[in-house]
Write a protein that binds this ligand. Sequence first.
Ligand code: ATP
Ligand code: MG
Length: 487
Amino acid sequence: MQTIRARLTAWYSTALTLTLAAFAAVLYFARRSTSYQDLDQRIRSEAELTAGILVETYRARGVLVQTDTARRLVLVPEVAALLEVVPDYLIVTAPDDSLLFASADARALTFQDVEQLRQLVATARGGPSAGVVRLGASGPRLHYAVRYVGEIGGPSVAILAGADVQSAELGPQQLLDTFALILPIGLLAALLVGSWIARGALAPVDQIITEVREITDGRSLHRRLAEPMVKDELGRLAATLNQMMTRLERSFSALRRFTADASHELKTPLTVLRAGVERAITAPHLPPETLATLEETLQEINRMTELVDALLTLARADEGIAPLHREPIDLRALLEDTRETGELLAEQAGVHVEVTTPPEPVILEVDGQRFRQLVLNLLTNAVKYTPRGGSVHVQLGENDGRVTLTVADTGIGIALGDLPHIFDRFWRADSARTRTGERPGAGLGLAICKWIAEAHGGQIEVASRAGRGTMFTVTLPRTGAPTQQTG
Ligand SMILES: Nc1ncnc2c1ncn2[C@@H]1O[C@H](COP(=O)(O)OP(=O)(O)OP(=O)(O)O)[C@@H](O)[C@H]1O
Ligand SMILES: [Mg+2]
């Protein structure tokens, strides 16, 4: 039951099934009650009819009974013939309770059963009565009515009319069977219709989910959900989400603008500071402690300038105002430029740096300055995170029509759990030693690399094993890639 749709369908079907079942039960019991009433009405009529026939015959002929060949008292044949048409169980007994007539159904009963009925009449003598009786231990259950005929003079003849309750059960039972057939079909229909209705009702929710997901990928906060004309719950939800996104967009851009403004404002004082310290450091006859302090200050100023530059770059990139100046450049030449810096860094760190480029030109439309920054960031990282005696290999190549630049080192590597974070801003594996340690840094270098690669329509990937080394691969498309700017 992961979806509202499944739950709605289940509720709907259960409700419908319960309603149908309750309806069936009510209908069944109502039908059964009517059926029993009809049955009782029928046997009373039968008894009345028989009484009428007996009285009329007696009036017309003055005699009702005669002796048969076995010297038993029986009804005269004309009356017996008339009574044969009465359905169900019908017996007529003489005042001494001997049997005068039994209908076809009654004659089909066993002797004991007929005796039981006769006894019933005998014990009920004295007034009309009715009731229910079971014949024998497992015989049929009968509703019966007894009518005494006093209108023919002398002690009364008794009539018992009875009917099997099974005949009354037949109708309700058929009704139940019909429902047993209809219920599963109804349930299936309810499931299908319920699921269809739920899907229709929830389709806009799915659409909102898809749209919100597209918008919140971080680059489309300016987009808004389509608001339906009807201001129902979903319409209001879309409107509310839109308002929320407007506020989010506003605070995001305020945040970006603040970072950009702050970095920009810091640049000038930093330049002034650096110029001042540089001038002071060149003054003659400085005591050694002052010189050391000034050098340290200059180093900190340089680090801060780098940080402010990086922040400004990222803030501008986020705001979409860091345009790329793309022009066709032979990337081999660009790598040669950086080789010198790399070798200088490597010499200080005691690391061997090797740069391999293909013999033929690799001309690509890139922003030269940004691309140089990308290569330098990766190269600096490789040297920084490779202990003395290790080696760094920068390689330019082509693969499947795409230009690849790999920077591989034999350094300390990156733990598997850290890999997903290394392109995050301000993320460092060893964050405790941000400023002072042997490997200082702010944790912005790779974030900038990622932005530069993606702004050129390419991507950057990393493969690393702790203690073994790291390899960064930048892949750039050969043609097209009109991505001017990403935010
Ligand atoms: N070649 C590498 N070998 C091992 N770890 C690396 C390598 N490159 C990056 N890392 C890890 O990724 C983190 C982030 O790198 P990133 O370049 O963004 O920041 P940084 O070098 O620490 O600081 P910054 O570049 O801003 O001066 C580093 O702190 C380091 O833990
Ligand atoms: Mg770095």
